[in-house]
Design a protein around this ligand. Sequence first.
Ligand code: SF4
Length: 399
Amino acid sequence: MAATAPSLPNDILIHAPGVREAAYWHKEPGGKVVCDLCAQLCKINEGHVGVCGVRKVMGDKLYTLVYALPSAGHIDPIEKKPLYHFHPTTRVLSFGTIGCNMRCRHCQNFEISQARPDVTKVQGLPANYLQSVPPEDVVSLIERTGAQGIAWTYNEPTIWFETNVEGCRRAHEAGYYAVWVSNGFATEEPMREIAPYLDAINIDVKAFTDNFYRKVSNARLQPVLDCVELCLELGIHTELTYLIIPGENDEPQEIRNFCRWVAEVPGDLTATHFSRFHPDYKMMDKGETPAKTLEMAYAIAKEEGLKYVYNGNIDDPAREMTYCHHCGAVNMKRRWFDTTPLFKIRSVGDDGEKGAFCRECDKRLPIVLPKDAERRIRPSIGVIQSIYDACVPDHPLRK
Ligand code: SF4
């Protein structure tokens, strides 16, 4: 499936900012170019772009139109991705560009995900709000902003792979972490290429039926599930998000099927985030997800044996906390993106690796910490723990 884009002559466009030959494509015997970067596997005619709108065939070659061109950049708490079990309380430099390989009718970032490069301007790219940030600058930007890592987020990172594989590599090799927030639709080969430099990923499982993916997102479910498995096989810390949309993916049985799959495949220790929908883009006819639906999903997940379940985009402190999967003690208190770690930190290897241990039963928790966790993880755990013990001696959701 492909769409038409207005175009400058190729000989001008290929020299425009942001345009460079793409990775992961091949030419079919019949002459069409096939993009192999994501499971859409677009077959693209000369002068056309793929579903994502940012990869174009010119002169029998595939080009990215958004190399090093973010549309948005912010410093975010890592919890906002959401990643709750990875370097908690750290700040992450976050970039997104425009375009997306899915067409979700409810997209909450549709202004950028459904935007397309404006190649009609005389100067070619960038479109109005794209600015150049080459991957060579990523490390100095992280340093200057005081962040501890880089995130590729806001729109789908896969579709500007050429930029962020290089950005991830440079960040990772300089001792910072690199993460993706993704719809999990990338193909296997690029994920294998980026895996050595990609420390963590949050993958949206948007529903647990193929029908939803086809109808709402112009995509399919199975490649997403395959991508989750692959990320785990490749050793990437993986968390999952399921946005619950009233009347679309909120049937108890569908949520139960999702939770059973999480328990069986990624495993019961996988941090699983249920998120509240609010009306947006082409889905303005639905209301917000009722609090009761989120509570129901949380309860189902617990019944299916998931140990680390979180409800987000809603003020529900009890379902945002991290409870030890051995004894049930609260080990991270959370209010929106404000996290208070309560666990103990100890060395777990000769190379200085640090582990998180339950503040009560002293068993290891599935939380990835930086090597300098004592310094980076705020605040003073002993003080906070005693305050917390006094205020919340026994939480209602403690198992
Ligand atoms: S990244 Fe995906 S959507 Fe974009 S052109 Fe390639 S296959 Fe198509």
